[in-house]
Design a protein around this ligand. Sequence first.
Ligand code: C2E
Ligand code: CA
Ligand code: CA
Ligand code: CA
Length: 278
Amino acid sequence: SKSRKGNQFELFKHKLVGKNDHILVLETKLRHALKQNLLELHYQPKMDLKTGKLVGMEALLRWNDEELGQIPPNEFIPFAEECGLISDIGEWVLKKTALQIKEWEKHFLYDLRVAVNISPLHFKEPDFVDKLNAIFEETKVRPEHLEIELTEMSMMDYNKDLINKIQEVKRLGLTVAIDDFGTGYSSLGYLKQFPVDTLKIDRSFIVSITEGESGVAMVAAIIALAQALKLKVVAEGVETKEQIEILKQYNCEYVQGYYFSRPLNVEDITLKIQKSMK
Ligand code: C2E
Ligand code: CA
Ligand code: CA
Ligand code: CA
């Protein structure tokens, strides 16, 4: 079963901690998975809180190794960053997403945007924008169908290059979101200068909504901040009715979370998109 396989990975890590073998095996497996197209994307719906309508989704990587089972992205993404595979993986994710959008366009009147997580290491590559552009030229998918999510952490070493690159990406027609907002301690002065479109409130704040008044106050303040800066705001990790009610009260526009849907495989998200069009 899935959970038993999940444990295989825990066991593997536990046994080989501190040994170079473990790193080597994992790296070889990840390279192989990438090359052989064994990675997969799941898509989590993003909903408009007022209308309850599907307005977009976030692509999330899945790696199911035949020996080790499901390896969580929180484990293999940092690993891929360490062993220099992250840009290739990011390229793969962008390309795969574009091809998926093309597939949807073939079958129905597709008009949504997919958000893709991009590692700061990948984003900082000098040819990031050229390669991004090449994907659109090759697939003929419109950049208006994509959003890039950069974590607040990755915005911390604030500089002109970063701002310029975000601007270049936006000029292509993509939008840019700050992911995990609230966890990076970025200065508000800097935030004003980032030409981003969306703030995604980190799940930890959404959890804190139900843990007392100060939790609610924090979320309310982030929503107000986003509105003051004319940014869209997405609450992530919404799981309960209570959270929904409070987010509605403070006019949060968009939500993602298990309350509405877990990340879905291609087949299931496709059905969901089609249903939302009726
Ligand atoms: P993230 O970008 O903050 O993505 C949100 C994570 O929260 C996802 O975990 C999602 O499945 C999970 N989630 C969504 N709704 C809920 C909820 O209601 N409750 C709870 N408890 N969790 C919820 P996932 O898919 O395991 O991804 C974890 C992290 O791995 C992501 O966090 C992101 O930082 C990274 N990641 C995933 N896919 C990619 C990728 O393609 N590229 C890069 N660079 N990073 C990725
Ligand atoms: Ca994200
Ligand atoms: Ca996030
Ligand atoms: Ca996160």
